[in-house]
Design a binder for this molecule. Structure first.
Ligand code: PEP
Ligand code: MN
Length: 339
């Protein structure tokens, strides 16, 4: 349920409404817009219905609207305008397309510094790199852990690019949050609810990737966990879902972009690297994602993909990344955005 206040409602009117709701044992999320304040109410449906009449007649209230979708705080009904997520000195959402790029895994100092410099030079806006890796096999490289985080921080100091990196469980979050500018929650962890809750309390923006078998409603409800802990700075990422074709690693569900943009105020980005699993298809799907209205991309880039310790086959080399960036510019311009 949301309570839309009149444009002239005073702080006292808002406080009275919030008090009524909280006394009934429900939670409030107050969103102060340019024109008016909107109060989101979350909690038991029957209690909400019982309060409804009393809220409707409360001074300063314009209307009380039931949110029919199961997700509330992430919905456009609650916040109609696009959310812009700040990541260090950069942002996701708004007219400038965000380009997160870097290796799948941080493998060493030379590798991450060379990649970060190339990403920066080509116009990338955020550096990605995994220090804790969710690998399909326990025998595969698992990441450099804290040393990887330290190297990411060094690459940030060198290039000025903010850093996004994955935390795989709630116990890792504190460590990751000490180094990162944005916490990545991977596809395999989209429904790890303790992790979502902790991430919502970490006071950093969160990049939430869609599970490979998750519906969009499940993705939005996973994001709802993070917002419900007080972090509204969440970016959603479509990274491909399980299909039956063997040509690509996953099937990139590009229609998720316009659907999510309609349902939620949160920015939506696309990962063409995990989705296709093959570097040849990364650039075409990256361009398609931009054309479909994505607010950004997350792309794997490696100085020597043939010798990468993870996801080499889907990584662009430095030169191919620079060409991709050049090819994105006219597409962004055609839809009124910039890269
Ligand atoms: C990654 O970004 O390297 C990754 C493991 O992504 P996902 O969680 O989407 O598989
Ligand atoms: Mn990867």
């Amino acid at each position: 349920m949301i309570i839309v206040m009149e444009s002239g409602a005073s702080d006292g009117h808002v406080r009275t409404v919030v008090d009524k709701i909280q006394k009934a044992g429900l939670n409030t999320h107050v969103s102060v817009g340019v024109a008016r304040t909107v109060i989101g109410v979350v909690g038991d449906d029957r209690t909400k219905e019982m309060l409804r009449e009393s809220l409707e007649v409360s001074p300063g209230v314009e209307r009380v609207v039931a949110i029919l979708q199961p997700f509330k705080l992430v919905s456009r009904e609650f916040i109609p305008r696009d959310t812009i997520v700040s990541v260090g000195s950069s942002a996701v959402g708004g007219s400038r397309v965000a380009i997160m790029a870097g290796p799948c895994s941080v493998e060493g100092r030379d590798q991450i510094l060379a990649t970060a410099e190339a990403v920066k030079a080509a116009g990338g806006t955020i550096l990605r790199g995994g220090a804790f890796k969710p690998r399909t096999s326990p025998y595969s490289f698992q990441g450099l852990e804290e040393e990887g985080l330290r190297l990411l921080a060094e690459a940030r100091a060198r290039t000025g690019l903010p850093v996004v990196t994955e935390a795989m469980d709630a116990a890792q979050l504190e460590l990751v949050a000490r180094y990162a500018d944005m916490i990545q929650i991977g596809a395999r962890n989209m429904q790890n609810y303790p992790l979502l809750r902790e991430a919502g309390r970490a006071k950093l923006p969160v990049l939430l990737k869609r599970g490979m078998s998750a519906t969009l409603e499940e993705l939005l409800l996973a994001a709802e966990y993070i917002l419900n802990e007080g972090t509204y700075q969440v970016v959603l990422c479509e990274r491909g879902i399980r299909g039956f074709n063997g040509h690509t690693r996953f099937t990139l569900d590009l229609s998720a972009v316009p659907v999510l943009k309609r349902l939620t105020h949160l920015p939506v980005i696309v990962d063409p690297s995990q989705a296709t699993g093959k570097w040849r298809y990364v650039a075409p799907m990256a361009r398609a994602a931009l054309a479909a209205g994505a607010d950004g991309l997350i792309v794997e880039v490696h100085p020597d993909p043939a010798n990468a310790l993870s996801d080499g086959p889907q990584s662009l080399n430095l030169e191919n990344f620079a060409s991709l960036m050049t090819s994105l510019r006219p597409i962004a311009a055609a839809i009124g955005r910039e890269v």
